[in-house]
Design a protein around this ligand. Structure first.
Ligand SMILES: Nc1nc2c(c(=O)[nH]1)N[C@H]1C(S)=C(S)[C@@H](COP(=O)(O)O)O[C@H]1N2
Ligand SMILES: [Mo]
Length: 207
């Protein structure tokens, strides 16, 4: 499966690192797999609330893609597995007025992405990284992953996918980070005068 742009690998202005840096702007929430739910709602014909079992039973896609944080570190060749966002969209029937997707998380973190980017063929709701369930500090049990967008759009501890008519800021966008965040266009900040601040980390581990 190819990226929509046909491009994979290290994006401009990035460097490969051996270490993930775990970010959690609101700390790490407690997540119990049996209590976890994923709401799919907003501009859809048939809103649903999915259990982890439900998501695991949907067709799974596996792909190898780099992860690229806007602060310039990238992790090479991460193996991602999960459900394609187009499958989720098909399940609920997205209305034609929908233009944006807002990801909402158990910790209160939010991240918007254009519908078009979320509907690219390699955009996933990931349940597994490198052959194992997503580790808790990295967003267990689910995080969206859209390879051509910066890592802040990969909202950890995902709890809701909302289809929306228009753009709204998420957590980082309020600090001046870009509406879309395309890695090939280096869409790091809105315009050129972002009032951005540095990410806060809770530690790092070797891959
Ligand atoms: N819930 C939540 N998701 C989040 C963040 C966060 O602070 N909270 N940080 C984002 C940022 S800026 C990046 S680069 C990645 C980092 O992923 P990692 O913690 O697995 O390294 O998570 C993204 N998703
Ligand atoms: Mo990031």
């Amino acid at each position: 499966m190819s990226a929509p742009s046909g491009r994979v690998g290290l994006a401009p202005g990035q460097y490969y690192s051996k270490r993930w840096i775990y970010y959690s702007a609101f700390g790490e929430p407690e997540v119990r797999p049996e209590a976890w739910r994923l709401k799919i709602d907003g501009l859809v014909e048939r809103p649903v609330v999915l259990t982890l079992d439900d998501v695991e039973r949907m067709p799974q896609t596996r792909l190898t893609r780099d992860f690229q944080c806007v602060t310039k570190w990238s992790i090479k060749d991460v193996v991602w597995e999960g459900v394609r966002l187009v499958e989720i969209a098909r399940l609920v029937g997205v209305k034609p007025e929908a233009q944006w997707v807002m990801f909402r998380c158990a910790d209160g973190y939010t991240a918007p992405v254009p519908l078009e980017d979320a509907m690219s063929e390699d955009a996933l709701i990931a349940l597994r990284m490198n052959g194992a369930p997503i580790p808790h500090p990295q967003g267990y049990p689910a995080r969206p992953f859209i390879p051509h967008l910066y890592g802040w759009k990969s909202a950890k501890w995902l709890s809701e996918v909302e289809f929306a008519p228009s753009y709204a800021d998420g957590y980082w966008e309020k600090f001046g980070y870009h509406e879309r965040g395309n890695i090939w266009e280096e869409e790091r900040f809105k315009g050129h005068v972002g009032t951005h601040r540095l990410h806060r980390s809770t530690g790092s581990v070797p891959v």
